[in-house]
Design a protein around this ligand. Structure first.
Ligand SMILES: Cc1cc2nc3c(=O)[nH]c(=O)nc-3n(C[C@H](O)[C@H](O)[C@H](O)COP(=O)(O)OP(=O)(O)OC[C@H]3O[C@@H](n4cnc5c(N)ncnc54)[C@H](O)[C@@H]3O)c2cc1C
Length: 381
């Protein structure tokens, strides 16, 4: 068993770390206040290939393995958790949907433009009335001779306001439950597609989250991804990779919060000495570092297993997501505590990390949902 990252993985990780430190961390507070990612950051991300990490070179992508992508996402989340979420959704869910399940026609039509960043992707599964119970979704795609006509509302769509394409799950059989759902790719300018107002989020504020509303929205038949009525399996399969992206997000937030707390503990003096001299602070820092290390091992292992064993790695993906997101919240809370009152104001970034961490236990399936998935797989070989 080898715990060493490969040379290429280290190169990708270090390049992403440099990008996060030079380009994202200095504007973390501004992005949080503006609730937006500056367009020039999107441009740079695209130019550096981060929009096509899983996409083969023939479509202009970097053709990376999932572990490399995970290392990149972790570093991006350390720089900006809001930006990382969109990047993870774009790569691990949207590009992967076309790549793994799309027809050759759809691959030729979309992958190059997605990998170049021209078409940023958003993933539309959740609805106002169906979240954890995603198989009960009601958005309906009526089949006509040469098209599907889409009606319904998708909620909580990450990157909705900046996306060029939407991966949409809609019902194509009203009586077949989760076996009556299909997957489509829908372009932003399709008549009948409207965006809701931008959500005012607690954390990850640079992320543009909205409803996406379809009203008699006509989609060419060729935009069906995979087979009709087999879309829910696609949704679940993609979510495994999405959960690794969510785990990487938790890891990045936890790492950033830990680093701030460590630094602050050396600088802040009480009782005529740095608070880092107090054993209780030392032990908090030790537990933070240890949990992060465990979360990282689980996340990297899940990525490696998902790459090698596909769906069979579902349990590991859920475990990594659950552990890393709970670690992010725990570590961010400790980091804030180590800052005392200064952790409760915007002067230090831990206040932002604390808010950013919260979503990691909700998006891509709540912690309860992960426990449900994991429980179902216990006892199976
Ligand atoms: C910032 C943000 C971005 C998001 N981005 C996207 C996106 O890009 N695309 C997308 O499709 N969705 C997205 N989501 C939606 C997210 O996936 C859902 O919020 C999540 O799946 C939970 O669904 P819900 O909010 O409807 O909660 P509900 O399903 O209503 O759950 C409410 C509570 O009940 C619990 N619960 C539900 N069922 C059970 C059960 N059987 N047993 C025990 N407890 C249960 C849940 O854990 C939760 O605590 C995003 C959400 C947020 C907040």
């Amino acid at each position: 068993m080898d715990f060493e990252l490969g040379e290429d993985q280290i190169l990708m990780r270090d390049a992403a770390r440099e990008f996060a430190e030079k380009k994202l961390m200095p504007i973390g507070e501004k992005m949080d206040e503006d609730e937006a990612i500056p367009p020039e950051i999107f441009k740079e991300l695209s130019e550096l290939g981060y929009c096509g990490m899983l996409v083969p070179e023939k479509y202009g992508g970097l053709d990376l393995d999932l572990l490399s992508v995970t290392c990149v996402l972790e570093e991006m989340a350390r720089g900006s958790a809001g930006l990382e979420l969109g990047l993870s959704v774009h790569n691990n869910l949207c590009c992967a949907a076309v790549l793994d399940y799309g027809s050759e026609h759809l691959k030729d039509k979309y992958l190059e433009r997605m990998a170049s960043g021209e078409l940023y992707g958003a993933y539309c599964l959740s609805e106002p009335e169906s979240g954890t119970d995603a198989g009960s979704l009601s958005c309906f795609a009526e089949e006509k001779v040469d098209k599907f006509v889409l009606n319904g509302t998708k909620s909580w769509v990450t990157s909705a306001g900046v996306a060029g394409v939407f991966i949409v799950f809609a019902r194509t059989d009203k009586d077949a439950g989760s076996k009556g759902i299909s997957c489509f790719i829908v372009e932003k300018d399709t008549p009948g597609l409207k965006l809701g107002a931008k959500e005012r989020l607690l954390g990850i504020k640079p992320s543009d989250t909205r409803d996406v509303i379809f009203k008699d929205c006509e989609i060419p038949k060729e935009n069906l991804i995979g087979e009709k009525n087999k879309g829910f399996k696609i949704a679940l399969s993609l979510l495994n990779a999405g959960r690794i992206g969510a785990a990487a997000q938790g890891l990045g937030i936890a790492q950033a919060a830990y680093e701030e707390a460590y630094k602050y503990a050396q600088e802040r003096e009480q009782f005529d000495q740095p608070i880092a001299n107090f054993q209780i602070i030392q032990f908090k820092l030790v537990d933070m570092a240890m949990k992060i290390e465990a979360a990282r091992l689980m996340t990297y292992s899940a990525a490696w297993n998902r790459e090698k064993y596909g769906e069979k790695a579902a349990k590991k993906c859920s475990m990594a997501k659950l552990f890393a997101s709970e670690t992010a919240n725990w570590v961010a809370n400790q980091a804030l505590q180590i800052h005392g009152g200064y952790g409760y104001v915007k002067e230090y970034p831990v206040e932002r990390y604390f808010r950013d961490a919260r979503v990691t236990e909700i998006g891509e399936g709540t912690s309860d949902a992960q426990r449900m998935v994991i429980y179902r797989s216990l006892g199976k070989k």
